[in-house]
Design a protein around this ligand. Structure first.
Ligand SMILES: Nc1nc2c(c(=O)[nH]1)N[C@H]1C(S)=C(S)[C@@H](COP(=O)(O)O)O[C@H]1N2
Ligand SMILES: [Mo]
Length: 323
């Protein structure tokens, strides 16, 4: 055994474990608002004992930490079953929402936290909208991170400058950008982005639920689709993630049995996990599929769901012209 021996899981997370900022996807429903950082404020209001209003210097003066987390777009709110590839892993800089909630002191009647962004406009024929999401108070207090930096630099305008919410283990739709208002309420807000869209009905249930926790998922990154590779030994590589730890990734080559891949354990943070499997392949066309399972026993379903098993087709031509 030695370097490159697949039985020795690489302790380093590998290249692009944190996605470079230039490779990040951007999802904005109503465009990027123009925000003047000198006049921007964040309020914490509603069912609280002490409403807060903070300007940017006050926000930046709060003790800051880091959170590295998977950031995944749910995809089109109109087509909740279509698989997407908009997933990244970002190192955010900021502070827990709990720091502000504790200062504002929620009243006993407060049950929900509503997040509102500065972007306004029309969406799906409705005018005068702003971007609004909500979470149960306990979830928000435990999980939400407020970020003013990403990957060691200030947040870019399109990613929510000067401040955005980040909700680890939940779909990106919950991570409100250009945050201006945090409102504590007793009821969920009725809104296009809370109760009309970004809901889905789990199999076997009949009540739609808000799109929150991410699905168990995996994507094969190497080989790339339609790659032409030298026949011989190659290493399949990819990444898996879920709302809990992924405990197993299996690959099926050319429709063969599921074989366990080497899987990086989840560290202290809600990041994605790398996997790899080495195989020797004959010349000709090939397919490889990946399937992840998490600690909750969730498994990627067969084709037809948004988090279906991932399949890549590639080939090992008998002669590869180089040059
Ligand atoms: N204010 C606001 N926040 C928003 C959105 C938006 O349109 N407006 N889009 C959401 C969606 S659907 C996703 S996937 C993430 C995308 O974050 P990013 O553009 O930084 O990758 O932001 C979320 N937060
Ligand atoms: Mo999204």
């Amino acid at each position: 055994s030695g370097p490159g021996d697949p039985s020795h899981a690489d302790p380093a997370p590998g290249p692009d474990f944190v996605t470079p900022v230039d490779n990040l996807f951007v999802r904005s429903h109503m465009g990027v608002p123009e925000i003047d950082a000198d006049t921007w404020t964040l309020t914490v209001e509603g069912l609280v004992e002490r409403p807060l209003r903070l300007d940017l210097p006050a926000v930046l003066a709060l003790p800051a930490g880091h959170l590295t987390a998977v950031h995944e777009c749910f995809g089109s709110p109109f087509r909740p079953d279509v698989p997407t590839r908009a997933v990244t892993n970002v190192e955010w800089t900021g502070f827990p929402l709990a720091a502000l909630l504790d200062r504002a002191a929620p009243l006993p009647a407060a049950r929900h936290v509503v997040f509102e962004g500065a972007d306004t406009g029309s969406f799906h024929g409705e005018d005068g909208l702003s971007y609004v999401k909500d979470l149960p108070l306990e979830t928000a207090h435990r999980a939400v991170f407020l970020a003013h930096g990403m990957n060691g630099a200030p947040l870019r305008a399109r990613h929510g400058h000067p401040l955005r919410a980040v909700v680890p283990r939940m779909f990106g739709t919950n991570s409100v950008k250009w945050l201006t208002r945090i409102v504590l309420t007793d009821e969920r807000p009725e809104h296009l982005f809370t109760t009309t869209f970004y809901t889905r009905t789990p199999p076997g249930e009949d009540t739609p639920r808000p799109v929150r926790e991410v699905d168990v998922n995996s994507k094969i990154l190497s080989p790339a689709p339609d790659a032409e590779l030298l026949p011989g030994t190659l290493t399949f590589r990819g990444r898996a993630w879920s709302a809990t730890e992924v405990t197993r990734v299996e690959l099926s080559v050319d429709g063969g049995p599921w074989e366990p891949a080497t899987l990086d354990a989840l560290g202290a943070e809600p990041t994605w996990q790398g996997f790899s499997l080495r195989r020797t392949l004959r010349p000709g066309p090939h397919t490889v599929r990946s399937r992840a399972t998490d600690t909750a026993g969730r498994v990627q379903p067969p084709p037809g769901a948004r988090n279906s098993v991932h399949e890549v087709s590639f080939s090992c031509p008998s002669h590869v012209l180089r040059g």
